[in-house]
Ligand binder design. Sequence first.
Ligand SMILES: [Zn+2]
Length: 92
Amino acid sequence: MVNFSKNKNCPASEDLLSFQTCRLTEREGKVIRKHLGACDFCSAEVEFYTHFPQPEDTVEPAPIPQPLFELAQALMNKKKDNSFFSKLMEEK
Ligand SMILES: [Zn+2]
């Protein structure tokens, strides 16, 4: 039985969707097309998108990587502690 799932070489679903809707550059498209020739799972996924077009607003946003999330949070907290807003108020 073939392992019918994505592997680490598989493009993200987003990329496959972009490929299907022709939103990739020629170079990116080439990479995906080559992958599709070798990967049944991704071929099936693109096939799926062909039959069931995904409306833009239902595409799940990519999850924010945890370190980036923490960085963003730290920056926000810093801004708060830093009295960024009170400084703005003082200037008024
Ligand atoms: Zn694949």
